[in-house]
Design a protein around this ligand. Structure first.
Ligand code: NAP
Length: 246
């Protein structure tokens, strides 16, 4: 099978490694938004396709048999493009996504919101020293907050933010002890995150629980139910095996 694997996540790299090991031809696609991305096994292409039509052209030109979308759960545009392009070309689309935090032990105690603006509205009400751990793309929604906020991003920001904000550059995974140190040192009293899911960035949630800090979680965009959706590499491999047999 020749697989186009839309990536940019640890899960996509893990999957690429396994698929290559199993003998599949994998072309991993990265958006090119991170300066020095961690590169997956197999072939790699970098940069946007040019919307749905560009993606369709790519899929056709490279005789792709299957599109696996292992992009971040909040990368909604590329997911929507991939679903449409695959449908129009009748090429199978499979969504591979890390598990949501909806079933996390503490999920019921968090404040779930459906969008960034609702998350921003909690600042000042639930806490006034927020840790904005929800990604650079969400930051424009928080700019009205001119007081202290801790922001963690991979690459330097390209937008102007309030002077009182503290920006730190780093890349996960993150572990409990370091997260505890960071949150205590900055006297954080509100954690705002999106439902990224998985274990890579989960430690901050444990710290918030231990310190009694309110947690605001932005819900994920939903993948329509009719599409194949797996959370484990073994499920993807089993599905590929079943397709091969038929
Ligand atoms: P997005 O809003 O869904 O996509 C914006 C545009 O970026 C897409 O229309 C597409 O451009 C291009 N693009 C996105 N992912 C691509 C990929 N894997 N390969 C080629 N082009 C891609 O995506 P985003 O939220 O900016 O995320 C960009 C990348 O960072 C994704 O690959 C994602 O997995 C990764 N990432 C995102 C987050 C997050 O919180 N959103 C967190 C960690 C990692 P064209 O229309 O020109 O094709």
């Amino acid at each position: 099978m020749k697989i186009l694997l839309l990536g940019g996540t640890k899960e996509a790299r893990d999957l690429a490694q396994e698929l290559v090991t199993q003998g599949h031809r994998v072309i991993s696609s990265l958006a090119g938004q991170v300066k020095s991305p961690r590169l997956p096994a197999g072939e790699i292409r970098i940069g946007g396709f040019g919307g749905i039509s560009g993606l369709k052209t790519y899929i056709t030109a490279h005789s792709i048999d299957l599109v696996i979308d292992a992009t971040h759960p909040f990368a909604a545009q590329i997911t929507s493009n991939a679903i449409t392009a695959s449908k129009e070309l009748a090429v199978p689309y499979l969504n591979f996504e890390r598990p949501s935090w909806e079933n996390h032990d503490d999920a019921a105690s968090w404040h779930w919101v459906t969008d960034n603006s609702a998350a921003a509205a909690t600042i000042g009400c639930l806490g006034d020293r927020p840790f904005l751990s929800c990604g650079r793309k969400t930051l424009p929604n928080f700019l009205d907050w001119q007081n202290f906020a801790l922001v963690r991003v991979v690459d330097p920001l390209t937008i102007a933010v309030p002077r009182a904000w503290k920006i730190i550059l780093s890349r996960g995974p993150y572990f409990f002890t370091d997260e505890l140190k960071l949150i205590e040192k900055n006297r954080i009293n509100l954690l705002i995150t999106k439902d990224s899911g998985g274990v890579h960035t989960e430690a901050k949630l444990e710290v918030a629980k231990q310190l009694g800090i309110p947690v605001v979680v932005i819900s994920r965009p939903k993948i329509p139910q009719e599409y194949l959706k797996f959370e484990k590499i073994t499920e993807v491999l089993a599905w590929l095996e079943s397709v091969k047999k038929n």
